[in-house]
Design a protein around this ligand. Structure first.
Ligand code: UD1
Ligand code: CA
Length: 466
């Protein structure tokens, strides 16, 4: 998507150094995922679409993990905050990397619902009013955890009271700070150098630039968000799931408007990274995850799990099937209760039925594996019929071996194909065979059967009467 924004005189500062203690996690908070995508990725995508001059990302706790995850985009500078002494202290660490801009936009790495349109509005209103500091605020029903916007008798902002420092009266205030600021560059670092840490958390609070700016006679403005859910910050896992719920509802709504039918949408998970074609039907309880792509006119579910799966058009995935890192071509039918594992490539019109597992195998056009089979490390031609209970014995305990099956092969039920082995085109293998050697083209091959005997007076063991 080409962004409609251009802010070449704006620098963005993303705060992502905190440990996120309330997450109770070994990994940094901003790497926690919301619908399959790390929180920091949402925030970076949002600020990137403003097309600013540059983006400084402040990391500290497990910064190597955050940097390894994000990589090194062209206009991104990493800033290390060794000790997490507060949000104001974090921004101060950016002094070296920020220069020659009109304004600095400060956002937190833990607000994945934030939209670029909202940030653009903050910047433009800040500039229109000629303010030194502008705070993005919201009116919420439950303000707990947020900094409260404290206003004087004339309704002018006088400061921001953090939850832990607020008086009982201030705690009642429902107008809160989003933690997002637009600040004129030529005043920002002056203000930050004046910050103290005499507060309940002993931290250098970024919100304290508001009273400091007012003391210097500078103007402080606020921009109220239309939709308060956008600024929801994730501090613990309960908030993580709330944010995920909101994002999920938005994603489902978007797909519905783009021509996808979603049955029982409240039971479906569709990650932010998934693509779905026109007239496709997603049934109840489906999980569509990772880079999954679904073509037009497909039917998936109910209760199918697709992870990094690729489905062409008109594919049908029946109930309780699990597809991971596999490709399925047009009109193929999979399941119910089928499992396609990494490297399964099914061509057009292939049918895979119940309790069939396919791994690292090519199944060519029109072939059918309809019941209770395991196909691994196999190359199968077109129009084959693989009987119930066929197993490719691909593993000898140390190595994997290949099975090669030609076109129009018929494998009878309960056959073991002990790899490495080849079945030539048009061969028929009788039910119950154990195939260890090459099967020639055409004809019938039988193996592993003893002749059928009948022992007329044989009796099954009986339980002794008590
Ligand atoms: C912060 C704001 C609060 C606002 C809320 C909105 C402060 C003191 N409080 O509270 O006014 O209502 O966000 O969600 O600013 N961080 C650093 N270095 C630090 C401390 C924090 O980079 O030393 C980063 C964190 O990683 C996080 C962000 O700053 O991404 C905000 O910190 P957090 O601890 O989540 O602040 P809140 O308590 O949510
Ligand atoms: Ca927060």
């Amino acid at each position: 998507m080409i962004s409609e924004f251009q802010h070449s005189d704006l620098q963005v500062c993303v705060l992502a150094a905190g440990k996120g203690k309330r997450m109770r996690s070994n990994k940094p908070k901003v790497l926690h995922k919301v619908l399959g995508r790390a929180m920091i990725d949402y925030v970076l995508h949002t600020v990137e679409s403003l097309r600013p001059k540059g983006i400084a990302v402040v990391t500290g706790h497990a910064s190597d993990m955050v940097q390894a995850h994000v990589g090194q985009p062209r206009n991104l500078e990493w800033v290390i905050q060794d000790k997490q002494l507060g949000t104001g202290h974090a921004v101060r660490q950016c002094e070296e990397v920020i220069s020659d801009v009109r304004d600095v936009l400060i956002v937190c790495g833990d607000t994945p619902l934030l939209r670029s349109e909202t940030l653009a509005k903050l910047v433009s209103e800040h500039r229109d009013r000629g303010a030194a500091v502008t705070v993005l605020t919201a009116e919420v029903d439950d303000p707990s955890g947020y900094g409260r916007m404290v206003r004087d008798a004339d309704k002018q902002v006088s400061g921001i009271a953090e939850e832990k420092d607020a008086t009982d009266a201030q705690r009642m205030i429902r107008e809160v700070s989003s933690g997002i600021y637009c600040v004129r560059y030529n005043v920002l670092f002056d203000l930050l150098h004046k910050l103290g840490n005499c507060n309940a958390q002993g931290e250098y609070y970024l919100p304290d630039i508001v009273p400091l700016a007012l003391q210097d006679g500078r103007s402080v403005g606020t921009v109220r968000m239309q939709d308060a859910t956008e600024m929801m910050g994730v501090n613990d896992r309960a908030q993580l799931s709330m944010v995920e719920g909101i994002l999920q509802a938005n994603i489902i709504h978007d797909w519905q408007l783009r021509g996808v039918t979603i049955e029982k949408p409240e039971t479906v998970r569709i990650e932010a990274t998934v693509n779905i074609g026109l007239d496709t039907v997603i049934q109840a309880g489906c999980y569509l995850m990772g880079s999954t792509h679904i073509g037009d006119e497909c039917r998936v579910g109910p209760y199918a799990v697709l992870v990094d799966a690729w489905l062409d058009d008109r594919v049908e995935i029946f109930a309780f099937s699990h597809i991971h890192d596999a490709n399925v071509a047009m009109r193929a039918k999979i399941g119910p209760f089928a499992r396609l594992r990494p490297g399964a490539q099914l061509d057009e019109d292939v049918h895979v039925g119940n309790f069939v597992e396919i791994k690292n195998s090519i199944v060519n056009r029109g072939s059918k594996v309809n019941h209770l089979s395991y196909i691994g490390d196999t190359e199968m031609g077109a129009d084959c019929n693989i009987g119930a209970g066929t197993i490719t014995c691909n593993y000898d305990g140390a190595n994997k071996h290949k099975t090669k099956i030609g076109d129009r092969v018929f494998i009878g039920s309960d056959t073991k194909l002990v790899a490495p082995v080849e079945i030539k085109s048009d061969a028929t293998v009788g039910a119950g065979s154990i195939i260890t050697k090459k099967v020639e083209a055409g004809g019938l091959t039988l193996s592993g059967r003893t002749d059928q005997h009948h022992i007329p007076h044989w009796q099954r063991p009986r339980k002794k009467p008590c």
